[in-house]
Design a protein around this ligand. Sequence first.
Ligand code: FES
Length: 323
Amino acid sequence: MFISGHPDTNYSSVKLTVTAKVRAADDVVALTLARPDGRRLPDWSPGSHVDVVLPSGTTRQYSLCGDRWDAHNYRIAVLHEKEGRGGSAFVHEELTEGMTLALGGPRNNFRLVPSERYLFIAGGIGITPILPMLQQADMLGAEWKLLYLGRSRNSMAFLDELEAYGERVQVLAKAEAGTFRLEEYIGGPATDTKVYVCGPSRLLSAVEQHCREWPPALLRVEHFAAKELGAPVYDAPFDVELARSGLSVTVTPDVSVVDALKAAGIDVLTSCRQGTCGTCEVDVLAGKPDHRDSILDKDDRAAGNCMLPCVSRSCGDRLVLDL
Ligand code: FES
């Protein structure tokens, strides 16, 4: 049995041709992707990512950073991660224009929700989901400003495109940072302002720490890498009941929920398997999930009616899932 995690997910898989590969900054290339037959691509919204299937069969998630109103081209940007698992090395060293890539999605875990004002903060390659948000915020007539942080200007992609936004964009390379204080820049919570942040985990942690007492809906964070987590809340085996199929599966402490389900013949669609992409999201009908993902915000966690079973577990001896 194969189950697509969440009934609302817009999951498709297409083969796309790399129509352009250009340098966007030191160690960053931008790829333009299009259907070989020139047909339209699935719609997407700012904050969406796609799953890129590599020749090894593994997938990597990349934010769409092009023009969302261009129905025929996707753009992604890939940072060469020297200590990575080989995905970005393949894109930088072996992928050429004319080659095809299989893509899943698009999927959006980082939606731009309506607001009168936005404060965007991007660190390094974290600019990619933010870039289309600026265009969207402009279109909606919202006030916004962007703080774009990076190691050096040479390492920061899309500076040329950001120039058009003038003083609303503040670019700060490490060497220029001086006495800059992020906490002062962000300031206190304002009900008419949403803060969106994406970048390295140190930046995300600093912003989350500063905003820890804020009402949850004011801060939205996109994690590229999984957050570090402590031990699970419940360290004994627990039962997962599947409401639609009537099956019950015991999950032991040494396996994930998706792996326990797979061993019982239930395949849940997965991609990152580290709680950062949202592919495996399922609805929870009863029981309390132990949320161990890097996607759900405080409101979602408190509601407890969905979970990412590639990493999340149970706070008690029983969960009922809408599968
Ligand atoms: S597979 Fe990516 S969040 Fe579960």
